[in-house]
Design a protein around this ligand. Structure first.
Ligand SMILES: Cc1cc2nc3c(=O)[nH]c(=O)nc-3n(C[C@H](O)[C@H](O)[C@H](O)COP(=O)(O)OP(=O)(O)OC[C@H]3O[C@@H](n4cnc5c(N)ncnc54)[C@H](O)[C@@H]3O)c2cc1C
Length: 445
């Protein structure tokens, strides 16, 4: 039994199916529950440049977690410092003898954890995995032997039995008397809720969404509809709650198998599991490759032949390119903080192959905007599309005209999200910042 423990929440903002929290609840007399604002990738900007949509979802998730902890006798302490400093401060102030956390894929979170363990060897550090569907201990191979392609990974893990989610602790040890919890809400900007986002952060909203999804039989046709571009029903929309840890992958799997037992089991229901395995693959991929997740060459040796053009980058971010489908997707992303999987593939392919931009800046823009930002899925998918990741084909360029014909044949999506036409000019200046001739008015020449 320990005296005072810290529970460090990161991408597990929930009390249900949180084995690390359960362990802390059983092993300490007093507990301090903390959350530190997320680290940003090396290419990304400071956390305070996160979009309002992402911050709003995060704030809602934290508020609900704080409420749930309150019912168990605890409070959430949100700290603005990086975790390394925040935890060091708490250790200096209290007689901490144990620190708990759920395992994470984030290289910077894991580095902080490693440094803390190294610096405070007299403290017990315990990490438990509950982010992925498959527990790392269930893998039949060491992490450094993770297959280079998803298909090989899937074949190796498909027979692994997925554990059931565990219940929330019945109560939590109280915080130490002298630990003050300040009103953390003031760390966030004041939002008026975005009226067009259907997503609300928090564990109860995640569970509500999960139940509604399976009660409407949408899972039975998921495989046929999953490539849609707009609306709530064509894909599961579990990702925002999964990425923030409001829902665990095992809780989703348990609802999915319940549906298969009581309603229907078919190719579509299998495909939801298949996509969750993609998420697991990128989770283990991020753990295996560490800081290379953010490297220009990815996991390959060759440097992509792309560069950085400030004007093209700005136009892509603002949805003002000569590609209407891309513009529509970017407007949707900027307004709502969410984009379909097909939309993500199209805008990422455009970024790399049409605009010839360095993929890391696209990934970094997604990091700021996406309410379901997940370090492993985001950077892993970008590497894949940029040809520097785990794609055995090595090169994936989407034909934007063909894709528009298939997925938005009557331009309903393009019109709704103001994608415009093909007349936007990509470059108005050349590499030396000199105005391009064909964009100057004739009498200016
Ligand atoms: C360039 C790019 C960046 C991406 N960035 C992220 C990200 O930051 N966070 C994120 O959660 N997903 C990311 N994805 C994966 C995927 O687009 C989203 O998970 C999906 O669109 C979320 O919607 P959904 O929950 O309705 O997915 P569904 O189609 O219903 O899939 C169910 C679940 O499976 C998982 N999943 C599905 N496709 C993928 C995939 N390709 N890779 C990993 N997991 C997957 C997700 O957890 C998803 O919630 C990215 C994809 C691309 C191409």
């Amino acid at each position: 039994m320990h005296n005072i423990g810290i529970f460090w929440f990161n991408t597990d903002l929930r009390v249900l199916d949180n084995p690390a929290l359960m362990q802390a609840s059983q092993e300490v007399d007093r507990l301090i529950c903390i959350y530190c604002l997320p680290p940003s990738s090396p290419v990304g900007r400071a956390p305070n440049s996160l979009s309002d949509n992402r911050l709003q979802f995060l704030q809602e998730s934290l508020a609900e977690l704080d409420h749930s902890l309150g019912q168990l006798g605890q409070r959430l302490k949100v700290m603005y410092e990086p975790a390394l400093e925040a935890i060091a401060q708490l250790i200096a102030r209290h007689n901490i003898d144990a620190v708990y956390s759920s395992s994470a894929a984030d290289y910077y979170i894991n580095e902080s954890w490693r440094l803390l363990k190294q610096r405070y060897s007299m403290i017990t550090f315990s990490q438990t995995g509950s982010c992925s569907l498959i527990n790392p201990a269930q893998l039949s191979f060491p992490l450094d032997k993770l297959p280079e392609s998803f298909s090989k990974f899937r074949r190796k893990v498909e027979s692994v039995e997925i554990s059931n989610p565990i219940a929330a602790p019945k109560s939590l040890p109280q915080p130490p008397a002298m630990d003050r919890v300040s009103e953390w809400q003031s760390l966030f900007p004041v939002f008026s809720r975005n009226p067009i986002t259907p997503f609300r952060g928090g564990e109860s909203h995640g569970i509500g969404h999960l139940q509604r999804y399976f009660s409407r039989n949408l899972a039975s046709s998921y495989k046929e509809t999953r490539n849609g571009l707009d609306g709530m029903d064509y894909s599961t929309k579990f990702s925002p709650w999964l990425a923030n840890g409001n829902l665990s992958a095992r809780t989703i799997m348990s609802a999915l198998t319940g549906y298969e037992r009581s309603i229907e089991k078919n190719e579509s229901t299998y495909w939801i599991y298949f996509e969750l395995l993609w998420r697991d693959y990128f989770y283990f991929y991020a753990l295996k490759h560490g800081v290379r997740l953010f490297s220009f060459t990815g996991i390959k040796q060759n440097r992509p032949s792309t560069s950085f053009y400030a004007e093209r980058y700005q136009k892509w971010c603002q949805g003002n390119t000569p590609y209407p489908i891309v513009n529509a997707c970017m407007h949707q992303l900027n307004r709502t903080g969410y984009l379909s999987n097909r939309g993500r593939q199209l805008v990422a392919s455009c970024f790399v192959h049409e605009l010839n931009l360095d993929w890391r800046f696209g990934a970094s823009y997604f990091e700021q905007q996406l309410i379901d930002y997940d370090v492993a899925s985001n950077w892993g998918n970008w590497q894949y599309l940029a040809g520097v990741g785990s794609d055995p084909r090595g090169h994936r360029r989407f034909d934007l005209i063909k894709q528009t014909k298939i997925y938005d044949p009557s331009h309903t999506f393009i019109q709704k999200w103001a994608g415009g036409d093909c007349s936007a000019v990509l470059d108005s200046v050349d590499a030396a910042d000199w105005p391009m001739l064909d964009t100057c008015a004739a009498d200016d020449i």
